[in-house]
Design a protein around this ligand. Structure first.
Ligand SMILES: [Zn+2]
Length: 458
């Protein structure tokens, strides 16, 4: 028996289809986890097993987050890391993260995913690259299953500690053979290559300054032997470029190419300092970029040349990045900052509101190498979000409610449907008890801070 779902009467339905149609009084009809029909409400079926009235609301494809470190939700606004640039910031945080444990990973993932889902996100990647104590990526995957989020779990890693010239302390790095073995175990256990997959595994050494050239190359070989994607940090700021030049005598893009890290199955976070040759390379090879404007502003890394990247054919998606470098994990807020930051760097017409939404949906889907999410059209996964427009933040903006979503104060969803299931109803998460999650998260954040002396016992 199949189950049907209808969401109809939307003030505007944003399709992100091939002609970017916006349908007044729009509706979407879903069978099981797949969209079957999209159009004006009057032309679609009037009944279904579940019917959601979206009168007055904007309905759109769920947003796609392409870069995050969910465990960092435990270390927001750490005093010693509030005002530094990337390398200084990392050096202050590594000793705190060294005390992470399995429960902290699971609970912080629930917290980060709750925040993302409420902000309109239905698919997220998470880059977990530090595995002290009993931490495992399995804990993140279990949390994603519990909350019902579409998840690309990136098995990160660090292998070059301070004694070998890397940035992280030796006690938080792993041995390279063990990294590759665990990554293969995760792919074999969890990776779903099928259409509408809810969980995929990504091979993701942390950054050129925390793993060896050999691990970069072997990771690429492993990923390609299983047909999974590759992800890392690249060209984030001036120090990152200097490290690459000094250690490898190459730009970050040259190093990526040398290690086999270009192609439609690869995406790099940040690329703030990607040069013209790098942009051309990424465009030619379909190598993706996770643009993280809030994080880039907080760490003063610079302004990524998103317009030039897109003009060159580079797939660009949005990432909120971890909550230690963007203390707000709000996807619609990230789209807003992408639009505003592009204008600071490149002028008032550098990015429109609709382009920001396109990057946050279709752009993210392309970066994650998927053609089944990011748009509302027949055959796509049923990932649909709806925003009420009757709040104070949108008052006076209803002549263009779609642009209002990006220009006005970032709103939370009223409804979120992920893979055909209603995960947010009437603004409330249905799959977790959010106050309980927050309470446990705060207790664990306090324990982590206490363990490292960041906070004094009362
Ligand atoms: Zn990051």
């Amino acid at each position: 028996m199949t189950k049907t779902l209808l969401i109809h009467n939307a003030r505007v339905l944003v399709t992100m289809d091939d002609t970017r149609r916006e349908i007044a009084e729009g509706a979407v009809f879903v069978r099981d986890n797949v969209i079957e029909q999209v159009g004006p409400s009057a032309e679609l079926p009037q009944t279904a097993d579940t019917v959601i009235d979206a009168a007055g609301q904007v309905v759109m494809p769920g947003l796609v987050n392409t870069h995050h470190h969910m465990y960092q939700s435990l270390t927001r606004v750490i005093p010693a890391a509030q005002d530094g640039e990337l390398f200084n910031w990392l050096t202050n945080l590594y000793p705190i993260w060294a005390n992470l444990d399995s429960e902290m990973v699971r609970v912080s993932t629930l917290t980060a995913m709750s925040e993302l889902i409420l902000s309109g996100c239905t698919t997220s990647s998470d880059h977990l690259y530090i595995y002290p104590n009993d931490c495992r990526l399995d804990d993140s995957i279990e949390a994603a299953r519990q909350i019902g989020m579409r998840f690309h779990a990136a098995r990160g890693s660090m292998s070059v500690g301070q004694s070998k010239g890397g940035l992280p302390p030796d006690r938080v790095v792993e041995e390279e053979g063990a990294i590759l073995k665990d990554t293969q175990r995760l792919i074999e256990t969890y990776h779903d290559a099928g259409r509408h997959a809810m969980q995929r595994i990504v091979v993701a050494p942390c950054s050129p300054f925390s793993v060896s050239r050999e691990l970069m190359k072997e990771s690429a070989a492993l990923a390609r032997s299983f047909g999974v994607s590759l992800h890392t940090h690249l060209a984030e700021n001036a120090n990152d470029i200097a490290y690459s030049r000094e250690k490898f005598n190459m730009t970050p893009a040259e190093y990526a190419e040398d290690c086999g890290w270009v192609g439609h199955d690869v995406w790099h976070a940040h690329c703030v300092q990607l040069d013209d040759a790098g942009i051309d390379l990424f465009g030619r090879t379909g190598t993706g970029v996770a643009h993280c404007p809030c994080s880039n502003m907080r760490l003063a890394s610079g302004i990524a040349p998103v317009g030039r990247m897109r003009a060159a054919g580079v797939p660009v998606g949005l990432g909120v990045d971890g909550c230690a470098s963007n203390d707000a994990g709000h996807m619609l807020g990230e789209a807003r900052q992408a639009m505003l930051l592009a204008r600071v760097g490149f002028g008032p017409d550098a990015m429109t509101a609709r382009e920001a939404l396109e990057i946050a949906t279709l752009g993210g889907a392309r970066v994650l190498n998927r053609d089944d999410i990011g748009a509302l059209k027949p055959g796509m996964s049923a990932d649909i979000v709806a925003f009420r427009m009757d709040g104070i933040g949108f008052a006076g903006a209803l002549h263009d409610p779609v642009a209002a979503l990006v220009f006005c104060t970032p709103a939370n969803v009223w409804t979120s449907i992920i893979n055909g299931k209603v995960v947010v109803k009437d603004g409330q998460l249905q799959t977790v008890d959010l106050p309980l999650v927050i309470e446990r998260h705060n207790a664990l954040a306090g324990k982590l801070a206490l363990a490292t002396g960041t906070r004094k016992a009362a």
